[in-house]
Design a protein around this ligand. Structure first.
Ligand code: SF4
Length: 344
């Protein structure tokens, strides 16, 4: 097991202290960050540092610890799914999507997930551990370096519940936003949660204009509890109240993710009830055609039903879109690739 410090886990002050512990001046931290910003993470190539310092650094520290295990490119739309391996042999997945407005990277925040959403490929694989801030950051860096292009948007929507890994998440958000590291504006970052209401309120106080995406997937507690165990802890009314606090504090609208599952949550009545709940809330509803997962019983709603659902929301003055399905040929839905690799 690699006992070296992962420098991507440190914030700027911690990095300065690390260099001081080696008898070096604080400016070394800026030199190191400059290389990282330019996509160089091989300490041996950091030629503005003396050889003796580079050797000491290589002994005591690493800049990241992920290795690429598998990569799948969609022939349909170019979406790329990456599977990365960690030193403890755990695997995590990330996805690159090419939208009209630029490249977006979707990262994982935990190894596995313990939230148990029934429609999710991550359920049943088990929970390993939280990812560190550096492990989250490195997913973005590895993908940026692989494609050689600027990453415009980040979504923390892969495997795991990011708000359950709160401290690492906030450290990661600050790092990607930092002009010294990735310089990606908070408005270009989205954090997705299955509905941890207290943490949503906590995030609203961080002073970051992060986009919040909430996995709602049901118009009432009866349906939501069937597919999302977290609803037993934080019922829909608590969740929506936390979202209101978030929009008031940040001025950002909340996106509600709603997977349309045939016969479960896709009727006209469901759309009407959902409209009532979201009335007067600064929000948008993202309707998602269910991405069929082998081994799960749920089926996708028809396109016709999705269109009726959307029209009903719009009639009630709720903004709604039907999400374009990306990467359907490469297991791009969250947890699918990892699930297959683990089971193979
Ligand atoms: S949908 Fe998200 S929160 Fe729910 S089990 Fe899957 S990864 Fe976890």
């Amino acid at each position: 097991m690699d006992k070296r410090v992962n420098l991507l886990d440190l914030n700027h002050e911690e990095l300065i202290r690390f260099f001081e512990s080696l008898g070096e001046k604080p400016f070394r931290s800026n030199q190191l960050l400059g290389w990282i910003q330019r996509g160089v993470r091989d300490i041996g190539k950091m030629t503005d540092m003396p050889v003796i310092l580079r050797e000491a650094l290589m002994q005591k520290a690493s800049i990241g610890n992920l290795s690429l295990k598998e990569k799948r490119v969609s022939k349909i739309d170019g979406t790329i799914k990456y599977l990365f391996q960690l030193p403890d042999k755990e695997v995590i997945e990330s996805v690159l999507m090419n939208y009209n407005h630029g490249y977006s990277v979707c990262i994982s925040s935990q190894i596995g997930c313990r939230m148990g959403c029934l429609f999710c490929a991550s359920t049943g694989i088990g929970f390993g551990r939280n990812l560190s801030k550096g492990e989250m950051l490195e997913q973005v860096m590895m993908i940026r370096d692989d494609i050689g292009r600027r990453i415009k948007n980040i979504v923390v929507m892969g495997i795991g519940e990011p708000l359950e890994n709160y401290e690492s998440l906030v450290g990661f958000l600050k790092a990607v936003n930092s002009p010294k590291i990735m310089n990606i504006g908070y408005r270009h970052i989205t954090v997705s949660t299955c509905g941890l209401a207290p943490q949503i309120e906590k995030l609203s106080k961080e002073g970051m204009q992060i986009n919040l995406s909430v996995s709602l997937h049901a118009p009432n507690d009866y349906i939501r509890t069937q597919i999302m165990p977290i609803n037993k802890k934080y019922a829909i009314d608590n969740l929506i109240e936390a979202c209101k606090i978030y929009t008031r504090a940040t001025g950002r609208r909340v996106t509600f993710e709603y997977i349309l599952i045939s016969g479960l949550n896709d009727s006209k009545n469901d759309a009407g009830e959902l409209s009532g709940r979201l009335k007067n809330l600064l929000c948008h509803v993202n309707l998602i055609p269910f991405n069929t997962v082998r081994g799960l019983k749920y089926r996708k709603s028809s396109l016709g039903k999705a269109a009726i659902f959307k029209a009903m929301l719009e009639k009630n003055k709720i903004n709604a879109t039907i999400r374009r399905e990306l990467g359907s040929d490469i297991d791009a839905a969250c947890g699918q690739l990892r699930r297959h690799v683990i089971k193979e």
